[in-house]
Design a protein around this ligand. Structure first.
Ligand code: SF4
Ligand code: SF4
Length: 263
């Protein structure tokens, strides 16, 4: 991820120049020493295991540290690792998946009232922007519901960026569509939630940010604002700037997810 200002870029470059190049062995050591605030010891240990397996594989294959740092910073590492856990989970689907009420055109989960517009990483924001930019000016989800995701087609209530939809959209499911409707209206109904693999994705991204402190910036973005900016014709840089979350959002999403899952 690119620093957001020339000053931030200079600061990071100066620091990196003084410290010398960061190696994958350095990153492994930083992961081993890291402490994740606000989550259980078992979640921290699981997240460390997942990120260490990625770093050890990168080391074994001789990947350049610069590329590895880039993937950790922009969320590609969290994406790959989260998807790998998700694929494994779906080989023996839990009850929540087997009994899911989800179907095409059911879109209460695309009404983004909580979670600061839905948290996504930089690589996900870039993919979403690329998928939606050509749809500038077309009717969007907000014509169906004021808080709906702009990527939604208001007529069919299907996603217009299906292949580029971020992890949060691939992780959310429910055994009861009426619970989703109530939650979208601000009530608290049981039945809807996120696949466990989503927590691994969030955990890896939060841990990556901690490990890359002083080396690279790691930002997260609002799904709703990224999609809105894209369909309103803003370019990628403007969209990222509009949609950028405060640094606390990622830790909060991670901590709340772990608590909700009772991990
Ligand atoms: S999560 Fe809820 S709103 Fe979304 S498709 Fe499934 S049942 Fe419908
Ligand atoms: S990106 Fe697609 S699936 Fe995700 S919230 Fe928006 S419309 Fe729904």
């Amino acid at each position: 991820m690119k620093p957001t200002s020339a000053r931030a870029a200079r600061r990071l470059a100066n620091k990196a120049a003084k410290a010398g190049p960061v190696t994958i062995a350095d990153l492994i050591s930083r992961v081993e020493r890291a402490h994740m605030k606000g989550v259980s010891a078992s979640f921290e240990s699981r997240t460390k295991r997942i990120l260490l397996s990625y770093l050890q594989t990168a080391f074994a294959h001789g990947l350049p540290p610069k590329d590895v740092i880039g993937e950790m910073a922009n969320g590609q590492a969290a994406w790959r690792l989260g998807m790998a856990v998700r694929d494994e989970l779906l080989k023996a689907p839990p009850d929540a998946v087997r009994n899911a009420a989800c179907q095409k055109g059911c879109a209460f989960c695309c009404i983004l009232t909580g979670g600061e517009g839905g948290l996504i990483t930089e690589v996900e924001a870039e993919r979403l922007h690329a998928a939606l930019a050509p749809l500038q000016g077309q009717p969007d989800g907000r014509e169906w519901h004021e808080n709906a995701c702009p990527a939604l087609d208001p007529a069919t209530r299907t996603c217009r960026a299906y292949d580029a939809r971020p992890m949060i959209c691939r992780s959310f499911l429910s055994t009861d569509a009426s619970a989703c409707e109530q939650n979208a209206a601000g009530e608290e109904a049981a039945g809807a939630g996120l696949l466990a693999s989503h927590l691994d994705y969030l955990g890896v991204q939060a841990l990556s940010r901690q490990v890359l402190k002083g080396t690279a910036q790691v930002a997260t973005y609002s799904l709703a604002r990224t999609a809105g900016s894209a369909v309103e014709g803003k370019d990628l840089a403007q969209s990222l700037s509009t949609a950028r979350h405060a640094p606390s959002s990622l830790d909060r999403a991670c901590r709340d997810g772990v608590q909700a899952a009772g991990m």
